[in-house]
Design a protein around this ligand. Structure first.
Ligand code: ADP
Length: 313
């Protein structure tokens, strides 16, 4: 089985437990929870027993340890997480507005994970892994973006595979060179994991069938569209499979897309039946939203099977 690598931010998340238009109104807060989109993704891959690793950077502090302990316990190789003495691990605060939408306050750029860079350990992982998962948000950070592109080219040149989750806030699209970087990654992508509208990032026609056809025409093997509370769809090779949403109670949607992606990739790499891979990933996304804290709802295989048997559990 190919070893999966991802590169990007590791941080902690502190989450408001009530709705409110400010953090003083949304008390109490709970956490710190391990977090970071690439970290949640790779934790889900590890929980399914697929060999995997992350390259990142944390401070020599409790917030960094929260992540390293959780990821290693779940089977992730953490040798590529650089521990930077004197620096602070990144953090994010999340609250829910009265309308249910989320407001994030990030402390990433000036924390340890804002300076992820190649190290001997990260180089060894790029050489040793056969699959790279690329997060679009990483491409907007100049040095990190270059490092991810370099890893993608090297792994692809050795016959490895690439998955790509655009994971993009719209304002990031206007970052210098972003469109070019997205196009370059897409040209190497084997498995594309857009959320809703991200399907139209590269062909703005606005018609789903047309966008899918154009993307498959570019050489992408599988496209999985995440549709939040409406489930997910898989397109490959003339095949379309839809997974209706599982009827779970949504408590905290942060991290669902990453848990979904990590699970789908684990089964895709194992050459599972595509419909079965989609069903299990749909369950991973659904289970993720039932837990408070972004990484608290990643799942092992038994938990996915149990949810599929009885979503009300
Ligand atoms: P992202 O966080 O990348 O935008 P989504 O919000 O689309 O990802 O969630 C990923 C997947 O998780 C969905 O495609 C679906 O399978 C599952 N999911 C998300 N929210 C719910 C929900 N409320 N009920 C059931 N499944 C959900």
């Amino acid at each position: 089985m190919k070893k999966v690598l991802t590169i990007g931010e590791v941080l902690v998340e502190i989450v408001a437990t009530t709705r409110g238009e400010g953090f003083l109104q949304a008390q109490p807060l709970v956490g710190p929870f391990p977090s970071g989109a690439p970290a949640i993704f790779i934790d889900q891959v590890g929980k399914l027993g697929t060999p995997c690793a992350i390259v990142s950077r944390v401070g020599d502090d409790d917030f960094g340890r929260v992540n390293i302990e959780r990821l290693s316990a779940d089977g992730v190789d953490v040798s590529g997480i650089e521990i930077a003495p004197g620096e602070t691990t990144g953090s994010a605060f999340v609250r829910y507005r009265e309308d249910g939408s989320r407001a994030f306050l990030y402390n990433i750029r000036h924390s340890a994970c804002g300076k992820i860079r190649p190290t001997p350990a990260s180089e060894a992982l790029v050489e040793g892994c056969g699959h790279l998962h690329v997060m679009g948000s990483a491409l907007s950070v100049p040095d990190l973006g270059g490092m991810v592109m370099d890893a993608a080219r090297r792994i692809k040149a050795r016959g490895g595979t690439i998955s790509f989750d655009p994971n993009l806030r719209p304002e990031l699209l206007d970052a210098p060179g972003m469109r070019r970087a997205l196009e370059a990654v897409l040209a190497m992508t084997d498995l594309f994991l857009p959320s809703g509208e991200e399907l139209f990032l590269f062909d703005a026609a606005g018609d789903e069938a047309g966008a899918v056809e154009a993307l498959l025409g570019r050489g992408i093997r599988s496209i999985v569209v995440k549709r939040g509370a409406a489930g997910a769809s898989l397109f490959q090779n003339g095949l379309r499979v839809d997974a209706p949403p599982l009827a779970v109670e949504e408590l905290d949607p942060t991290g669902a897309g990453d848990a979904f992606g990590g699970a789908f990739l684990a089964f895709w790499l194992a050459d599972a039946d595509p419909a079965q891979a989609l069903r299990l990933a749909n369950a991973a996304g659904a289970r993720a939203v039932t837990r408070l804290g972004p990484m608290e709802g990643t799942s092992n295989r038994a938990e996915l099977d149990a949810l599929l048997q009885d979503p009300k559990g």
